[in-house]
Design a binder for this molecule. Structure first.
Ligand code: PHE
Length: 329
């Protein structure tokens, strides 16, 4: 019996000495002094001993219990005071870290940035103009008279009177020419507005990039070359471009430009731009001599470019700000 008590005591003291944290100390305590602890079991056994043995064993048990409690108290204090240095790592490096989601540019901004870059390499400076515009810049100066049928295709939202939301980036052509003298070579990315009912290919808010070049010998050949080059830069070296006769009040001649590219494994022609030679009436509106200067202009949908490049089939997705969608780009 006495040996059993000594053994239990020594084990308990050793375990207390190894405890590096309070919860380990508590485990050590309950392993000997707890309800089903080693010392408790021995105490119960005490009653079954013959009286002559009981006395000595009882005394030993009391001493052991006192020694253990003393050791517990001392160790508890040492741990609490930080005097016990944990040899085991207290930092669990296997716990997953806190992941902070890192954002990125919206696919429209990515497409715009690429367009800016492509045209910068071709010598175009990027400028911007107001989204809230005067009717004069959106229509009249661009040779779109109020009563002309073409007015309808550039219809827009009116703020009040002749203040409106621009329905294309072309008004910035006028603003740039009013402020500068040729030669001019600018692109104008920006947001535009039209009262269209939203569907997969229409949105009342969308984005365009306008191009304007004015100089003394600017020809339609320059327009074709610049656009063909830009489209190859954007969509790959095999990209073909096609010019179809069209009409815009502010260009003459005018063209619709299609790009032959691959969409969903299929190659087909896609209408991507409006373009043409700057109309003499537009030069007159800004006080340029149409006999001296010629120029070309083009306008392209940035949303269209983003949809083509990233395989997006519904323009509305670009404006919903759903991160589950945006995360993919
Ligand atoms: N502004 C025209 C549109 O929005 C596009 C265009 C720009 C056409 C410049 C010719 C020249 O449809």
């Amino acid at each position: 019996m006495q040996d059993a008590v000594r053994q239990a005591r020594d084990e308990a003291l050793a375990r207390i000495g190894r405890a590096e944290m309070l919860d380990e100390l508590e485990q050590a305590r309950s392993a000997c002094l707890g309800r089903s602890g080693a010392l408790k079991a021995l105490m119960q056994k005490l009653g079954t001993l013959p009286p002559e043995e009981r006395r000595a064993a009882g005394q030993l048990l009391n001493e052991a219990k006192a020694a253990i409690e003393e050791a517990l108290a001392a160790r508890r204090e040492a741990i609490g005071a930080g005097q016990v240095r944990a040899t085991r790592a207290t930092l669990d490096i296997s716990v997953p870290g806190k992941c902070r989601p890192i954002g990125h540019e919206h696919p429209l901004r990515q497409a715009e940035a690429e367009l800016r870059e492509v045209f910068a390499r071709l010598g175009f400076e990027a400028v911007e103009g107001p989204e809230v515009e005067l009717a004069y810049y959106n229509f009249e100066a661009l040779n779109i008279p109020a009563e002309h049928p073409s007015h309808d295709s550039f219809d827009t939202f009116y703020v009040e009177g002749d203040v409106l939301l621009r329905s294309h980036t072309s008004p910035v052509q006028i603003r740039v020419m009013e402020q500068r003298k040729p030669p001019i070579r600018v692109v104008v990315p920006g947001r535009v507005f039209r009262p269209d009912t939203p569907d997969a290919t229409h949105s009342p808010v969308f984005h365009q990039i306008e191009g304007l070049v004015v100089g003394e010998d600017v020809t339609f050949a320059d327009l074709k070359a610049v656009l063909a080059m830009a489209m190859r830069e954007l969509f790959g070296p095999d990209t073909q471009t096609r010019f179809r006769p069209s009409f815009f009040p502010f260009t003459e001649p005018s063209a619709e430009v299609d790009v032959y590219c691959e969409i969903g494994g299929q190659r087909r022609w896609l209408e991507l731009l409006g373009a043409g030679m700057v109309h003499p009436k537009v030069f007159e509106a800004v006080g340029y001599d149409p006999e001296r200067y010629t120029g070309f202009a083009f306008g392209m949908g940035i949303d269209r470019v983003a949809m083509l490049k990233y395989g997006i089939t519904d323009i509305r997705l670009l404006l919903e700000n759903d991160v589950r969608f945006l995360d993919q780009f």
